[in-house]
Ligand binder design. Structure first.
Ligand code: ADP
Length: 166
């Protein structure tokens, strides 16, 4: 089942939340900052041991003070106009996050923010198409996948795409 939730991802009571992180994995603004604030200082200590993360890849840590047991950190592409492999890299973020969640073994519910669509500038509609395609591919492996959006416009974007059977 794929659900849409509008609000802060740190509020969600799921097994894992995905973080739209940066290469360093040491925290940043946007959803990354919110996750680090809510998880507490132990999160950055755990992230320091990971040696960063490549764009399109993902790595996981415990969720510490979050209700989520795990945070899966993925690094989305910066949008440079679309001819710089952005689509493949964004798709890889979703795919690698799902693969890590499956490998972890005890993740049945997982929530994703709209990766790369904040300061990284990825066009929202193109990003939603990629997110939803990969979510549908992995839908059978999870009890619940949540697309966590922040704005009413993004909620409507995901709602219209998810209700369109094509
Ligand atoms: P990126 O650097 O990957 O673009 P951002 O954090 O700037 O990451 O933005 C990614 C998306 O997360 C944007 O759509 C933004 O509106 C959304 N966002 C920001 N804060 C939160 C939050 N606390 N929970 C869920 N989504 C959030």
């Amino acid at each position: 089942m794929i659900e849409i939730f509008q609000g802060g991802i740190t509020e969600l009571d799921v097994d894992a939340i995905v973080n739209a992180a940066n290469h360093s994995l040491l925290g940043g603004g946007g959803v990354d900052g919110a996750i680090h604030r809510a998880a507490g200082m132990r999160l950055v200590e755990a992230c320091k041991l990971l040696n960063g993360c490549d764009t399109g890849d993902a790595k996981n840590t415990p969720g510490f003070d979050l209700s989520a047991s795990y945070v899966i950190h993925t690094v989305g592409p910066i949008w440079y106009g679309g001819d710089n492999n952005e689509a493949a890299l964004l798709e890889s973020c979703y795919r690698r996050s799902f693969e890590i969640a499956i490998a972890q073994g005890d993740i049945k519910t997982i929530a994703f923010p709209s990766i790369s669509t904040g300061v990284y500038g990825y066009p929202k509609e193109k990003a939603a198409d990629i997110a939803i395609n990969v979510m549908k591919e992995f839908e059978g492996e999870f009890e619940k996948i949540i697309a966590c959006v922040f704005s009413p416009n993004d909620f409507e974007l995901y709602r219209s795409k998810l209700s369109d059977p094509s």
